[in-house]
Ligand binder design. Structure first.
Ligand SMILES: Cc1ncc(C[n+]2csc(CCOP(=O)(O)OP(=O)(O)O)c2C)c(N)n1
Ligand SMILES: [Mg+2]
Length: 787
């Protein structure tokens, strides 16, 4: 809808300003006041919180933007959500949600009257209350904004496949210095004006961070505008420190921006206009800490970095500061804003939009409400036919590709695959049979599978992939992030924040569960033939398991058929972060689909067909997790079967890593009694693991047989070499596993001395062969599980 831009009337301006003052008053009240919320008596020491915690500096700007957005939402009946980059401005956003009535709807004790206002103030940044940031407890938020940098990518993710939504996104000028935010400007090249919603970035150029000026505020303003133009935007500057002027300019700029968005969308949806239009951006240059104390102790505060947190830090004990605080609060004229009961006066109550149009009540910001299940094709149809164990060689991710293709096809409006330029490399290119990589830049005849309508988002920034996906999930859709295993560490910290968000939202009753964040990590540590050490690091798993057990799941499918039910489970699940590590290289397929399904359900299975204990009492347990360790373990089991036929070997495979923990630690944990049966109470366990060995010890340290557990894994030995040389470098190879068995099974040292020496010699031969011929020894290359 295009609304002709008109000047604000005097009444509109007065109401906007009153609403802004009310939000500012409520913000200051939250930061400082324990009691006397309406200043009906002079401010006394006991009215002020003993610990003053919060951030004032960003808040007046946030309140100004929120007030103006409320005006345009109501005028245009917009479907809009608010993303607050400077999430430390929590009290500002909370103030607005209270003025809109949503806070009281969801937390009835914080009612819209004097008693409720007192509770609103008291609970903020207070033990047992709400956090200082725009956390999951805050209605309308999908973005905590604690760790800066992710606002704009969340905004783009929210807008994808949401054609009716406008995402207003405030970006701190300090936040804009972060790498992730700097990359986020590229989001416009992945946003299709016909099928997606709109993002309205508002750069909050208040000039300062915590203790420094910001870069973007101290370069010539024309350079800043040129930078934004260079990224393809149409920037408008609103600049000033006189409220009336700024209200008028901001209202006009917002109207123009929204007219512009409406025009862009109308054109695109009529099949006209550019696919990569110049979307509007607002640059709001107003003072940090605007309307707060101009000076404290003789030093300038308003308009400087000193306003960042709590300007009058001594207000409780210093009468002069207390008087300044009272003067500051009274400057908003609360008696004009709140009635005798403490409720906002009727003009203010009538000002914000109503119902779901309130940004604090918009269902897109509580995505679980809108979440619909995926239509998932039956994965059995995609399985590798297995007539004997270890039979047909297959690349796990290549087998997954057609299933993923059909997931994409069946869910065109609610599933996306994200990757940093690695979808083809990770062998998932079957997806391109039904969709493109979304791209609104220039497309050349030599390009493949690029188009404005794709459901695959490929951008060479793990930050953007993660942030887009988070925004997409948090607004009620589904997705998968595929990446190289080593480089997923780039988003360690973003994963942390998302996991924390999920943990807290589990405790917020009105938040509905959202789809899990799924990682498919391929091109893993053991197969870096092209690249070597720089591309090797299996430590993301270690990082992930630090988080709450109720949130994280880690799967290491040993073959293609096991990957299928694992991914199916992940895409059906809610409120988790699922990490799946699967190879893309051709490997034996160990299990039939039926066996794979049962294996995934158990999490840990004895592979009786691979062992020699006849289902009975083993001398040793060979355990494995991960595709390459499984291959080496089975090759070791084969060697033992041939050379030590009387040795009773049990082979155990772990597909669900969390099953190693006791149930008291993780909901997937295998009960102790069962664990003791599978791993025995007293026999040596040689565990070949995909990643860093310590993790297996950490997960199993409480188990009965932990003292007999000996783990082989990646010990940071990597380079560009053959696949088998790589496992030898880390002592994870089949020959070394046999040596480990000989060294650990009581009595074998003497009887199997010859075999041990043969294993040592074979390792040397294999190493020597790689140096001479540049590939693995045929004894390794040509090995297959005996039928
Ligand atoms: C990634 C990250 N680094 C550092 C911080 C610590 N920090 C909190 S607020 C802030 C300054 C933010 O400045 P700006 O984005 O300009 O926000 P505003 O001026 O609106 O407060 C910093 C550095 C953080 N929250 N996140
Ligand atoms: Mg700033």
């Amino acid at each position: 809808m295009t609304v002709t831009t008109a000047e604000l009337t005097g009444t509109e301006l007065a109401t906007l300003d009153a609403y802004w003052r009310a939000a500012n008053y409520l913000t200051v009240g939250q930061i400082y006041l324990l009691d006397n919320p309406l200043l009906r008596e002079p401010l006394r020491r006991e009215h002020i919180k003993p610990r003053l915690l919060g951030h004032w500096g960003t808040s007046p700007g946030l309140n100004l933007i929120y007030a103006h957005l409320n005006r345009v939402i109501a005028a245009r009946d917009l479907n809009m959500i608010f993303i607050c980059g400077p999430g430390h401005g929590g009290p500002a956003v909370v103030a607005n949600t209270w003025l809109e009535g949503t806070f009281s709807d969801l937390y009835p004790s914080v009612s819209m009257d004097a008693a409720g206002m007192a509770r609103l103030f008291r609970q903020f940044s207070f033990p047992g209350g709400i956090p200082s940031h725009v956390a999951a407890e805050v209605p309308g938020s999908i973005h905590e904004g604690g760790e800066l940098g992710y606002s704009l990518m969340h905004a783009y993710g929210a807008a994808f496949d949401n054609p009716g939504l406008v995402v207003a996104c405030v970006i701190g000028d300090g936040e804009a210095e972060t790498g992730p935010l700097a990359a986020s400007w590229l989001g416009n090249t992945f946003l299709n004006p016909a099928r997606d919603g709109a993002v309205l970035p508002i750069l909050h150029l208040n000039g300062y961070k915590i203790a420094n000026p910001t870069v973007l505020a101290r370069i010539p303003v024309e350079d800043l505008m040129s930078m934004l133009r260079g990224y393809g935007y149409r920037p408008t500057l609103v600049d000033g420190d006189d409220p009336t002027t700024v209200h008028r300019e901001l209202a006009a700029a917002l109207d123009r921006a929204l007219d512009n968005i409406a025009e862009i969308q109308a054109q695109a949806r009529a099949g006209r206009g550019p696919t990569r239009p110049r979307w509007p951006v607002l640059v709001l240059r107003t003072p940090k800490g605007w309307t707060g104390p101009a000076k404290v102790a003789g030093l300038p505060v308003e308009g400087t970095w000193r306003s960042h947190q709590v300007p009058l830090g001594g207000a409780r004990d210093d009468p002069e500061q207390r008087a300044a605080l009272e003067e500051w609060l009274r400057s908003y004229r609360p008696e004009e804003l709140f009635d005798a009961d403490g409720a906002p006066v009727p003009e203010l109550r009538a000002f914000p939009p109503t119902g779901d149009r309130r940004m604090s009540a918009n269902p897109h910001a509580n995505g679980g409400i809108l979440l619909r299940d995926l239509v998932l094709p039956d994965y059995r149809r995609y399985a590798v036919p297995v007539t004997r164990h270890g039979g047909p060689p297959a690349s796990a991710t290549r087998v997954l590709g057609p299933w993923l293709r059909d997931v994409i096809r069946a869910n065109p409006d609610r599933f996306r695959l994200f990757g940093p330029d690695e979808v083809t490399s990770n062998r998932l290119d079957a997806t391109f049979q039904v969709t493109d990589r979304v791209f609104t830049g220039a497309i050349l005849p030599s390009d493949e599978h690029l188009g404005a309508d794709g459901q695959v988002v490929e951008v060479l920034s793990e930050h953007l992939c993660q942030g887009f996906l988070e925004g997409y999930l948090l607004t009620g859709r589904h997705g998968l992030f595929t990446s190289y295993e080593a480089f997923i560490h780039i988003v360690d910290s973003m994963f942390n924040q998302h996991a924390k968000w999920l943990k807290v939202s589990n405790q917020v009753p009105w938040r509905r569960p959202i789809a899990s964040l799924n990682y498919l990590l391929s091109s893993h540590v053991w197969r870096q033939d092209h690249n070597g050490f720089s591309h090797q690091d299996p430590g993301f798993i270690d990082h992930v398991v630090n988080k709450k057990a109720e949130i994280v799941r880690v799967f290491l499918p040993p073959d293609a058929n096991t990957l299928l039910p694992v991914m199916d489970w992940c895409l059906r699940s809610r409120q988790f972060v699922n990490v799946v590590v699967a190879g893309k290289q051709v490997q034996p397929t160990w299990l039939s689909l039926d066996e794979a399904v049962r294996h995934v359900q158990r999490g840990i299975s004895i592979w009786e067909w691979a062992g020699t204990d006849g289902g009975g009492d083993p001398d040793v347990v060979l355990a494995c997790a991960g595709d390459v360790p499984t291959l080496e373990t089975l090759a070791a089991a084969d060697l033992l079967r041939r050379h030590l036929p009387r040795l009773r070997v049990r082979v155990v495979n772990v597909v669900n890593l969390m099953a190693l923990q006791p149930p008291s630690e993780h909901p997937f944990g295998m009960p102790d009694a069962e664990f003791d049966i599978v791993f025995t109470r007293d026999r040596p366990i040689i565990f070949a693991y995909h990643g860093y060995p310590w993790l297996i010890h950490r997960l199993t340290y409480r188990r009965t047989n932990h003292d007999n557990l000996h783990v082989r894994g990646y010990k940071e030995e990597g380079t560009t070499t053959t696949p088998f040389d790589m496992v030898m470098l880390n002592d994870l190879d089949r020959f070394h596993l046999v040596i480990d068995v000989i060294d650990r099974v009581p009595g074998l040292g003497q009887t199997a001395a010859g075999l041990r020496q043969l294993m040592v010699d074979t390792r040397l031969d294999c190493r020597d062969y790689t140096r001479r011929y540049g590939e693995d020894h045929p004894v390794v290359r040509d090995w297959h599980w005996p039928s």
